[in-house]
Design a protein around this ligand. Structure first.
Ligand code: AMP
Length: 219
């Protein structure tokens, strides 16, 4: 299964991609996570990407496509992968199709998490993440432990707000999404691959809707 998650930042792509990754035994490939790692390690790529990420803009297509091309050829992705946060532009989607064709594979389905813009603004600005293990918290419905110790990796002092989750940057990211990424729904609809999911339900209900729709696709 080669899957793509589409949806606003904060629509739940990362959470749901992780579930599918665990149940299908195929990797979740998040371009945002790869880029954040590069920023943390201050690599050449990270230094270049940081300015775009901090302002809520997209990193240039050429940079991101190269990363994905390398990653999907790794051994653990041979049986399939789940792309989370890629593609984000039509140019990336076209390149991805070409790349997969070269490797005699193709996208199985594109899962679009449908959530209202107002709801994601609230989710993103109250999101907190552990920079060590990437556990995601939410100040409202899943608050970080008061002692500051991450309850997944047990490290202290690693739970922070992503710089790009601050309110001004969130607005910019959503505008960028509407302009550059939203057209992908139409692109994949035309390929007959788009699967719409109600992303406003509880996390577990979203998960069941995705799994049942994917079962129908697999036949
Ligand atoms: P995310 O964690 O998916 O919200 O990504 C965080 C940031 O990383 C985005 O706002 C972009 O600056 C950058 N980024 C992640 N994925 C891509 C992509 N496919 N194309 C361009 N920029 C990306």
């Amino acid at each position: 299964m080669d899957l793509i998650f589409l949806g606003y930042p904060g629509s739940g792509k990362g959470t749901q991609a992780k579930y599918l990754s665990d149940s299908y035994g195929i990797p979740q490939i998040s371009t945002g996570d790869i880029l954040r790692d590069a920023v943390a390690k201050k690599t050449q790529l990270g230094l270049e990407a940081k300015k775009y990420m901090d302002s809520g803009d997209l990193v240039p297509d050429g940079v991101v496509i190269g990363l994905v091309e390398e990653r999907i050829q790794e051994q653990d992705a041979v049986k399939g992968f789940i792309l989370d946060g890629f593609p984000r532009t039509i140019a990336q989607a076209i390149e991805l199709d070409e790349l997969l064709e070269k490797h005699v594979r193709s996208i199985t389905a594109v899962i679009s998490l449908e959530v209202l813009k107002e709801d994601v603004i609230e989710r993103l600005t109250s999101r907190r993440i552990c920079t060590n293990c990437r556990r995601v918290y939410n100040l409202v419905y899943d608050p970080p432990p008061a002692d500051g110790v991450c309850n997944q990796c047990k490290k202290t002092g690693t739970i922070v707000q992503r710089k790009d989750d601050e309110v001004e940057t969130v607005e910019r990211r959503l505008t960028v999404y509407n302009i550059q990424t939203l057209p992908l729904k139409d692109f994949y609809q035309k390929q007959g691959k788009l699967v719409l999911i109600n992303g406003s339900q509880s996390i577990l209900d979203v998960r069941s809707e995705i799994e049942s729709k994917l079962r129908n696709i697999k036949g």
